[in-house]
Design a binder for this molecule. Structure first.
Ligand SMILES: Cc1ncc(COP(=O)(O)O)c(C=O)c1O
Length: 388
């Protein structure tokens, strides 16, 4: 009989190996050097942050963040760093009020990745089957596998959209968890709002549906709908969101999950770090201030959308049409050669993601200066690796 201690050791080991695998696949722990325009100069890079000068277009960060208000709030919060965390419950309450949810329906985590792992621990561990798209954001699926769950991966449709019908067809008696990333990473596409709504209505009668809305701030309102109203209706639906994208707080680690009360309670049970301590006071302060800075958020959104359309037009002109993106990145479909191209770009100071090597490259929208460097390096890199 496994004791609670055995189980805890297993979870810790599994978590460590899933984290290592994820970090390797995402290229995490590498250099950092985003230029932040605007009045305030970016803080100097910490000593462990190497490679100033690398243009980071591989992790879908906001190159203009954090906002002035968030920086100020974070800096003030540092002074109280000797005290244990406060403010988590208040921020959960503030977020819940904005969405028309009860406070206990919103859970804060150290990044939405952690919340996706919590969903895997709650419903995707040994004995359970998890249905996801392929390729997709890998965190939930990898963590479920680390905990002994079986992941069924369903290819996207020919237009690079999540294939909801094919995913639904794979939901069987052992399925406990279904993961839909919308807008999708890495393809950048969205699914039809009505189709996703009815998919969630049907599938949530059989399994918990997690809808990952990390990029929900970017899509055109006519083509995208959040699934938060289904949470309000009490369906078996969890919606995750992050402060790492539009809010520009990726390094501070704040994400949220919204869920009906019973699912929220199940998620809280597997939250590590002690319920109110999972997110640091610095991150909580920054996230709360950022939420109130609508002008900053709107300006980042506009610049991102303009940069994204310019990037797609550049790639089209280079003979590489891309699926319509509703995010802060563009996906370049390539059945082969993506890792070579990524390496050739890296040697020219540009980092992109080739996390899904048989599918293509993913390029984040950077600052205007970043994109000038990207375009020059991209032309050079392609010329360098083109067979003579
Ligand atoms: C679709 C998606 N979900 C979740 C995450 C994790 O974000 P974080 O843990 O920074 O909140 C990412 C990060 O890139 C993502 O692309």
């Amino acid at each position: 009989m496994p004791t609670p201690l055995d189980r805890r050791r297993f979870l810790t080991r599994s978590a460590a190996s899933a984290a290592a695998l994820f970090a390797a696949r995402e290229g995490l722990g590498q250099s950092t050097a985003a230029a932040a325009p605007g009045a305030a100069p970016p803080a100097p890079a910490p000593p462990t942050s190497p490679a100033a000068g690398i243009v980071r277009l591989g992790q879908n960060e906001n190159p203009w963040g954090p906002s002035e208000a968030a920086r100020r709030a974070a800096t003030e919060a540092v002074s109280s760093g000797n005290r244990y965390v406060w403010g988590v419950a208040e921020l959960e309450k503030k977020l819940a009020a904005r969405e028309g949810l009860a406070p206990e329906q919103v859970i804060l985590g150290p990044g939405s990745h952690a919340l996706l792992c919590m969903a895997a621990a709650a419903w995707g561990a040994a004995g359970a089957e998890v249905v996801t798209a392929d390729p997709t954001y890998p965190g939930l699926g990898l963590y479920a596998e680390a905990l002994g769950g079986k992941v069924v991966r369903v290819p996207h449709d020919p237009a690079f959209r999540t294939d909801l019908a094919a995913m639904e067809a794979r939901v069987g008696p052992a399925t406990r968890l279904v993961y839909v990333c919308n807008p999708a990473n890495p393809t950048g596409t969205v699914v039809d709002p009505a189709a996703l709504r009815s998919f969630c209505e049907r599938v949530s009668a059989k399994a918990v549906v997690v809808v990952d809305e990390a990029y929900r701030d970017y899509p055109d309102a006519a083509r995208f709908a959040s699934m938060l109203p289904l949470v309000k209706r009490g369906l078996n639906v969890v919606v995750t969101y992050t402060f790492s994208k539009l809010h520009g707080l990726a390094g501070l680690r704040v994400g949220t999950a919204a869920a009906p009360p019973t699912l929220a309670a199940a998620l809280r049970k597997v939250r590590m770090g002690g319920a109110p301590l999972a997110v640091s006071n610095v991150a909580v302060a920054a996230a709360s201030a950022s939420l109130d800075d609508a002008a900053f958020l709107e300006s980042c959104r506009r610049r991102t959308v303009a940069g994204r359309e310019a990037l797609a037009a550049f790639l089209r002109a280079e003979g590489l049409p891309t699926p319509p993106s509703e995010t802060n990145f563009v996906f370049v479909p390539m059945a082969s050669g993506a890792p070579e191209l990524a390496r050739a770009l890296e040697t020219r100071g540009i980092r992109v993601s080739a996390r899904d090597p048989n599918h293509g490259l993913r390029v984040t929208v950077g600052t205007e200066e970043d994109m000038v460097r990207f375009r020059a390096a991209f032309r050079e890199a392609r010329a360098a690796i083109r067979p003579a």
